[in-house]
Design a protein around this ligand. Sequence first.
Ligand code: AFP
Length: 338
Amino acid sequence: MKPVSLIQFLIEERRAGHINTELSLLIEVVARACKRIGVATGKGALGGVLGAAGTDNVQGEAQKKLDVISNEILLEANAWGGHLAACASEEMEDPQPIPDMYPKGQHLLLFDPLDGSSNIDVNISVGTIFSVLRCPDDVTEPKAEHFLQPGTTQLAAGYVVYGPSTLLVLTFGHGTHEFTLDREIGSFTLSRRDIRIPEQTGEFAINMSNQRHWEAPMQRYIGELLAGNDGPRGRDFNMRWVASMVADVHRIVTRGGVFFYPLDAKIKSKGGKLRLMYEANPMAFIVEQAGGAATTGRERIMEVQPTGLHQRVPVFLGSSQEVEQATRYHREADNAQG
Ligand code: AFP
């Protein structure tokens, strides 16, 4: 098969009427910025980019040097790109307007510039996650409220995983597709079109160290997986946890599986651990477009009406049979409590 570059693929999507020119050019800018982030993360200690930045982000988390570097690379690339009205990041409290000296576009971009950054110093895969929304027509200076659109309104979503190879996984709502960075020519090339996540799986991902803090339906569901062949599920399940959402989700997009970051007593007051706008929504769009499912344990993630730019939600995503079973246990428990 003749290799298909990302640029060719974007032109095909435009010709198919799935995206407009501005959106395809925006994705090119984001992909190019992620190539630069890949180079920076790849340098590691030799580039002096490991370790803490000495600052905290809006969530009160200690920032890694590469969190700050990746954020700046994405802001800079998208500022002059001319396809955005504004962007928002995990690393910034408020949306970043496009400087007046640059042309503005009709899109809003949200991103987690370096997800899993607590793993960067131990050389485990990390990634960039992004989501694209339309800027409301009558808005010239977007504020946080203009980003608060449910996941169903996303025009595009994607992640780049910086691992042994650098991969871009992307959806515009017409399937989910994977591109591998050809480091010799420096361009992303289509490596899998129309990815399908198997409905059934024998592999789950969750931070087991939080078990005692989970709600009863989560205890029940995971308890049954751990009981395996000797329990009501009648088959064994294996566990994986990288603690980089991008890496855990990419494993599921590649061979199936189910990922959970449920509500627990420790994070209940925050509403969850993972952020809705630039982690849960884009991953839900990608997974659903690959035939999987994504809920908060109670409702479809992409139907959650956002109330805050950095809002957190519980996340259940992956192979549909397991997401539906775990969600059913939570709904049954809620109904039983009346
Ligand atoms: P960092 O970006 O701070 O490393 O957090 C990573 C993350 O947001 C997500 O990528 C992981 O799935 C999750 O947190 C890991 O959480 P635990 O540290 O509780 O395992």
